[in-house]
Design a protein around this ligand. Structure first.
Ligand SMILES: Nc1ncnc2c1ncn2[C@@H]1O[C@H](COP(=O)(O)OP(=O)(O)OP(=O)(O)O)[C@@H](O)[C@H]1O
Ligand SMILES: [Mg+2]
Length: 232
């Protein structure tokens, strides 16, 4: 069953936020396990006070020695597994990547972030060389303005596209709701529409992201069309 890992050596780019959004969106329709492999356990902490959907489980005892087992167990148990990692390029990332069907690299719109995203892509290439298996991946632009497209963002996006790097069409916008989810320990849907501005827009944004992830997984696992033999 699909395992999706959020990877970036840079801290604070939105891995945990995006991972929780995806997990809670998917959990509206199916069972999901989050493997919270960040030693600070942000998603486990969120889940402690949260009115957790029954379909969502959080596993937090994952370190370098146990992460492969934790992911395997979760994948045997629930249709989706989401892995949140700390901002590092340590061995645990390579181990998580080895189990992933899709790697999402969140990135904010700065040159510095683009360089760090490049490091994450190099980890994937290294994994491919080691194992012979290429893991599908995509860059997710995060904390973008829903109103203005900055020149830097345009420049970075063009650069990625020219380099043939897959970028999610959906961007996660800068939204108060995505922070409120953590402060109030709630899913987006359970936040109070009177307390959080543009909650409807945040929910629509999270839904689009989840739909695109599922689409990517389908595309990534689609078998290539059988090769037709040409008559000699
Ligand atoms: N789309 C967003 N809208 C508003 N705030 C956001 C968004 N994404 C992230 N943030 C905020 O930015 C900060 C860092 O986000 P987050 O913890 O998700 O990053 P991270 O990549 O998981 O960091 P780390 O590497 O430390 O684990 C948090 O305060 C979070 O609330
Ligand atoms: Mg995090």
């Amino acid at each position: 069953m699909p395992t999706i890992a959020f990877v970036s050596p840079k801290g604070g780019v939105g891995k945990t936020t995006a991972a929780l959004l995806l997990a809670t969106e998917l959990a509206r329709g199916t069972r999901v396990t989050v493997v919270d492999a960040d030693p600070n356990h942000p998603i486990q902490n969120w889940s402690k006070g949260a009115d957790l959907p029954e379909t969502l489980s959080v596993v937090a005892d994952a370190d370098e020695d146990s992460i492969i087992d934790r992911i395997e167990d979760a994948a045997a148990d629930t249709p989706f597994v989401i892995v949140d990692l700390e901002g590092t390029a340590a061995k645990i990332v390579l181990l998580a990547v080895s189990q992933a069907d899709l790697v999402i690299i969140p990135m904010q719109g700065s040159q510095l972030d683009a360089e760090q995203a490049g490091r994450a892509i190099r980890v994937l290439r290294q994994h491919e060389k080691m194992t012979g298996r290429a893991v599908p991946f995509g860059i997710l632009l995060t904390r973008t303005s829903p109103i203005i497209r900055t020149r830097t963002m345009n420049h970075i996006q063009t650069g990625l596209e020219e380099a043939g790097v897959p970028v999610f069409a959906t961007q996660l916008n800068e939204r108060e709701a995505f922070r409120a989810m953590f402060s109030f320990r709630q899913t987006l849907e359970k936040l109070d529409v009177h307390e959080v501005t543009n909650l409807d827009k945040a929910i629509a944004n999270a839904e689009h992201f989840a739909v695109e992830v599922v689409q990517r997984l389908r595309d990534g696992t689609r078998k290539p069309a059988p090769r037709r033999e040409t008559a000699q």
